[in-house]
Design a protein around this ligand. Structure first.
Ligand code: SF4
Ligand code: MG
Length: 316
């Protein structure tokens, strides 16, 4: 039994990462300094995998990820190691990533001491400064993770990431587990930190209304491939890819006047056996014969990037 689970996990990992690499390759997906890029799509489409690859937490085969010119996927290089430190990831569930036996001071300060950003002797003051930055009382440094609420724990997770002085934060569903009122507070914190620290974000979320609020630009993924990239305004006002149209149609409308598209049908297929041609064709209301044969390429036209035959010669 264990053996077959391992095999499945291996297969899954290989399949998902392979398709993600293709997406990154063909899209030459770029994030400018200071920008907030939202990465959206249903769960299982490879968003987290891509995020982890960018953070250097998952290997990339057959592609490169560059951070200010340095290939972060080069495990052997010292430059890549330094670059990876400047990229930090913030996860959905801080409880599972915070050591329950460690005090907040140690959790937040440990990596900063290890990387020489502060010393053991000065760690308390260093951590106090960072706790203030994320809106926590510095006295909390002497407490343990279980003594905090979910929102406070997420702030501790953010403090731990900030402690190594990152420039680029990858937030993977970082507010998904929080109550709605707390979500707004944490989003505000991300926006304040962006201004104060000149941070860049990759904001991974299945929640389009949050992404519309926080992102400058949005990347839409479906089954390991990027299907559309556009400015947030353009994407929500005038989505081009049928999958994006379906996704946006599911978002409760704040203002009237948005065009209505057909609702998305069916379940997301297994990434182990994605449909041939356009991965989206079994669910797409616009699909034609060509969609089952040819893989659409992400094409850039006037600042909009779309991977769909409708925008590239037709579906016949
Ligand atoms: Fe739909 Fe075809 Fe476009 Fe894919 S390529 S989104 S199946 S119309
Ligand atoms: Mg995920």
């Amino acid at each position: 039994k264990l053996d077959s689970i391992e095999k499945l996990a291996k297969k899954l990992g290989a399949s998902v990462s392979e398709s993600c690499v293709n997406a990154v390759d063909s899209a030459s997906f770029h994030i400018a300094r200071g920008e907030v890029v939202g990465l959206v799509g249903e769960s299982g489409c490879g968003k987290s995998t891509l995020g982890r690859m960018v953070a250097g937490l998952l290997p990339v085969s057959g592609g490169t990820i560059r951070f200010e010119g340095v290939d972060v996927t080069d495990a052997a290089s010292a430059d890549a190691k330094t670059a990876r430190l400047r990229i930090q990831m913030i996860f959905q569930d801080p409880m599972s990533s915070l050591n329950p036996r460690m005090k907040v001071e140690e959790i937040v300060g440990e990596a900063a001491v290890y990387h020489g950003l502060t010393t053991r002797r000065e760690m308390s003051a260093y951590v106090a400064g960072i706790l203030r930055q994320v809106g926590l009382d510095p006295a909390y440094a002497q407490r343990f993770p279980h003594q905090f609420s979910g929102g406070q724990r997420q702030r501790i997770g953010i403090a731990r990431a900030l402690a190594v002085r990152p420039e680029f934060l990858i937030c993977d569903e970082s507010i998904a587990a929080l109550d709605v009122s707390i979500q707004a507070q944490v989003i505000n914190l991300f926006q304040d930190l962006r201004r104060e620290l000149d941070l860049t974000y990759l904001f991974i979320s299945h929640d389009l209304s949050v992404v519309e609020h926080i992102a400058d630009r949005v990347v839409v993924m479906y089954l390991g491939r990027i299907v559309e990239i556009a400015s947030t305004e353009a994407l929500f006002d005038d989505p081009q890819h049928p999958y994006t149209q379906a996704l946006i149609d599911q978002v409760p409308r704040l203002g009237a006047g948005r065009q209505t598209y057909r609702t998305i049908k069916g379940e997301i297929p297994s990434p182990l056996a994605p449909p041939p041609g356009c991965h989206f064709h079994p669910r797409c209301p616009m699909a034609g014969p060509r969609c089952t044969r040819d893989t659409p390429v992400l094409r850039n036209d006037a600042g909009r990037s779309v991977a769909c035959h409708l925008h590239d010669g037709g579906t016949e």
